[in-house]
Design a protein around this ligand. Structure first.
Ligand SMILES: [Zn+2]
Length: 430
């Protein structure tokens, strides 16, 4: 049930639709693309975006902390996903803090401002960085994932405070880079000691409450063969004959598929809100010359797994060993397993946590059919939950156009997200 005070704030959000839309369009204008591996941010767009948010929050009397992350100084731990050699200069992190007026519960609102590249521009009907409006939708890279969420959380905060509501608990607003690659932006906030009784990340969630995400590990398996003339008869490999690395790689791929099949039903790879664990071959390279037996095949893979999974790598290693044990060449020339990036843990928040109940409650009060859900892919919640031990949920718009050409957010959902966050802030922080 909505109180009079809450109704007033929701009305104000409706009256300020234009400002919320314009704020998102400004955020879209900044080209804050997450740099490729080995590259760094070159433009001022990242800093300029943070400047806009800083100014908005300063007007509301927030204390602001802005810094650049030195990835070599982040503390490593299993599942951290840290890339210590990544250059994160020019991509500042911002934390704004508004001290509560009393002993109320504290809340973090967290949003990532980095976006994935626009991709093939010809596939866009709308400009990816102009925030064009058509059919009650705002188009542009990040409208959905997740500058729409950032606009909603900043504007919800502004409208609440401008309406004269005083919060009893601390409110922290975090805008971070790097979610699309390493999650080191939020990790840096956690390692700097920023904490609260709960957190909300307005990632797109189809107006449901996100409570679980899978972790991941990316790796490479190198399968060796032995070169030789493909048109000539070849003796057994023990007599010096050629060995086709593609044929051997086929056995490895089948083994990975067997693992996925096994994980589909194994009890410890299941989760109420998540797809079971899987391992997917994603890149394959092998062979050099049409008339030569291929001597090497590289298979890259991604494996996704439910929270609390340990030692996924060991299990893959065991499987490779069992394949090799049944093949004399592979036994003598075992496949080489390498990890490409530091693995990242999954995360989940208990359904009975007050912030989960609050998320469901505000959506219900706004007229939504409520539900809990999980994602196969992770978000910054992994560090808020596992590293900072903060119960964290996500609530946001429809996810269907995230990372696509002509990404958009429905204006109605942008406004609804703003309303959901406004209610959550008022009820949580008192
Ligand atoms: Zn996102």
């Amino acid at each position: 049930m909505l109180s009079d005070k809450e109704r007033k704030v929701l009305d104000l959000i409706d009256q300020n639709r234009g400002e919320i839309i314009e704020y998102l369009r400004k955020l879209i204008n900044f080209k804050t693309i997450t740099p490729d591996k080995g590259c760094k941010a070159e433009s001022d767009d990242y800093k300029d975006l943070q400047d806009l948010i800083r100014m908005t929050l300063e007007e509301l009397n927030f204390d602001i902390d802005v810094w650049e992350i030195d990835s070599s100084e982040l503390k490593n731990f299993p599942g951290s996903g840290i890339m210590h050699d990544r250059d994160l200069s020019n991509m500042p992190v911002l934390v704004g803090k508004l001290g509560g007026k009393d002993q109320g519960k504290s809340l973090i609102l967290n949003g990532h401002y980095d976006v994935v590249p626009a991709g093939i521009i010809e596939n866009w009907k709308h400009h990816p960085f102009k925030g064009e409006i058509e059919d009650n939708k705002i188009f542009g890279r990040g409208t959905n994932d997740m500058k729409g969420g950032i606009a909603a959380m900043v504007q919800a905060t502004k409208i609440i405070l401008k309406s004269g509501v005083e919060l009893k608990g601390d409110l922290l607003v975090q805008t971070v880079p790097e979610e699309e690659t390493t999650c080191m932006g939020t990790l840096s906030c956690c390692q700097k000691g920023y904490t609260a009784d709960a957190a909300i990340i307005p990632e797109p969630t189809d107006m449901k409450v996100l409570v679980a995400v899978r972790g991941n590990l990316y790796g490479k398996i190198t399968v060796l063969g032995r070169a030789g003339h493909a048109e000539m008869p070849q003796p057994h490999w023990t007599e010096g004959g050629a060995v086709n690395a593609i044929s051997k790689a086929k056995k490895i791929i089948e083994a990975l598929e067997e693992l996925t099949e096994e994980w589909r039903t194994r009890p410890n790879t299941q989760h109420k809100y998540l797809h079971p664990d899987a391992i997917i071959p994603t890149v394959i390279r092998g062979g050099e010359w049409p008339v030569t037996y291929p001597e090497k095949v590289e298979i890259q893979f991604g494996t996704m797994f439910v929270p609390n999974t340990k030692n996924k790598l060991e299990e893959i290693e065991e499987k490779l060993k069992s394949v090799a044990n049944n093949d004399s060449w592979l036994k003598a020339h075992p496949p080489i397993l390498e990890v490409l990036d530091e693995w990242v843990y999954g995360a989940e928040v208990d359904e009975n946590e007050p912030i989960v109940k609050l998320g469901l409650e505000v959506l219900k009060d706004l007229g939504f059919e409520t539900a809990l859900r999980g994602y196969g892919t992770l978000t910054d919640c992994v560090h808020l939950i596992n590293c900072a031990k903060i119960p964290t949920i996500s609530i946001g718009p429809d996810i269907k156009t995230a990372h696509m050409a002509d990404e958009y957010v429905e204006i109605e959902q942008l406004i609804d997200t703003t309303k959901a966050l406004a209610l959550a802030i008022m009820r949580w922080c008192g």
